[in-house]
Ligand binder design. Sequence first.
Ligand SMILES: Cc1cc2nc3c(=O)[nH]c(=O)nc-3n(C[C@H](O)[C@H](O)[C@H](O)COP(=O)(O)OP(=O)(O)OC[C@H]3O[C@@H](n4cnc5c(N)ncnc54)[C@H](O)[C@@H]3O)c2cc1C
Length: 304
Amino acid sequence: MSTSEISAPALQRNVPLTAHTTLKIGGPAHLFAEPANEEQLIKLLGWSRQERLPFFILGNGSNVLFDDAGYQGLVISMRSFENDLIKVDLESCRVTVSAGASLSRLVRFCQESGLAGTEFLAHIPGTVGGALVMNAGFSRHAGQQNAIGDLVEEVRALTREGAVVQRSREELNFSYRHSNLGDLIVLEVTLRLWRRPKEQITQEMKANLDFRKKLQNIQEPNAGSVFKNPPAPHPSAGFLIEKAGLKGKRIGGIQISEQHANYFVNKGGATSADVIRLIEEVQKTLLHATGIILEPEIRIIPKN
Ligand SMILES: Cc1cc2nc3c(=O)[nH]c(=O)nc-3n(C[C@H](O)[C@H](O)[C@H](O)COP(=O)(O)OP(=O)(O)OC[C@H]3O[C@@H](n4cnc5c(N)ncnc54)[C@H](O)[C@@H]3O)c2cc1C
C-alpha cells in the first residue's frame, strides 16, 4: 500500500516536532498524522504494520524529548482524536472521556457537572491519554499524592496491532508516574468521581493554581519536572538539584530554571543533545554528592 492510498487522515511529511512539544525541541517526523476517530487510527496502524514502519503515539507532547534527528517513522498525534467525546452519568458519578481531550477540558466539564476529583489535573498541559500513561499527578500538600490512576474505573484501548481491548480497574496498575498502559493505545477512559458543590470545586482549582503560580510560574518552553522525585524519605528532586548548586546551570540552549530546579527551560535553540548532556550532568553531580540516582520523568524518544 502506498502512502497515497491512506486517504484519511492525511499523512504529512517532514513535520517539525518542535511544533508539537512543549519543550520546542526535536527534528522532523518523517511522517505525521492526526486521526480524528477510531476508524482512521486503526487504518493508520494497519498501514504502518504493513509498511513495517515504526510509529509513536503522541499526546500534547508535554512530557517527551524527541531527538534532534526527529523520528524516522510515523508520529500519530492524538490531539484531534474524538474531541467531542465526553459524557457523564450523574447517577453513578462516572465520566467517560476521549484520550485526545485536554485535561483542562475534562476538569472544566467535571466542574460544570458538579463532580469532584479531577481538580488537581487542571493545570497539567497534557491530554487524557498522556496523563493516564504517565499516571500524572499533583498535590499542593507535602506527602500527599493525587494521581489520575486513582480515579480510573475502566480504560478502552487498542493493542499495537489494532485490536480493541478493555481494561478494568483490577487489571490496571498505576504507580508514581507509571502505568501498565504503555504497550496500548488509549482510546477512552471512564473515571469514577464524587459529587461536590461547584463553588468548592472552583475554590480547590483556584488554590491549586495559586500554588502553581507561586512555585512554577515558568514562561519559557519546558516539559514540567525533568526528574522523578526519589522515594521517601529523600527530599524532592528539585530540592536536591538546588542544594547541589545547579540552579541556573546552562548547556547550549537549555537551562535549569532559576525558579524551580526540576524544570529545564529552553532559552532558545536548545537541542535534545543539550538536554541529555544537562540530564547526565545533574545525575552525575547528584550521585557523587548524595548517592542518589535521579531517574528522568520525561520520556526520551529515540529517532529509530
Ligand atoms: C508546565 C508543565 C507542568 C506540568 N505539570 C505536571 C504535573 O503537575 N504533574 C504531572 O504528572 N505532570 C506534569 N507535567 C508533565 C506532563 O504534562 C504530563 O506527564 C502529561 O500527562 C503528559 O501528557 P501529554 O498528552 O502531553 O503526553 P505526551 O508528552 O505527548 O506523551 C507522554 C507519554 O504518553 C504516551 N501517550 C500519549 N497519549 C497516549 C495515548 N492515547 N495512548 C498511549 N500512549 C499515549 C506517549 O507515547 C508518551 O510515552 C507538566 C508539564 C508541563 C510542560
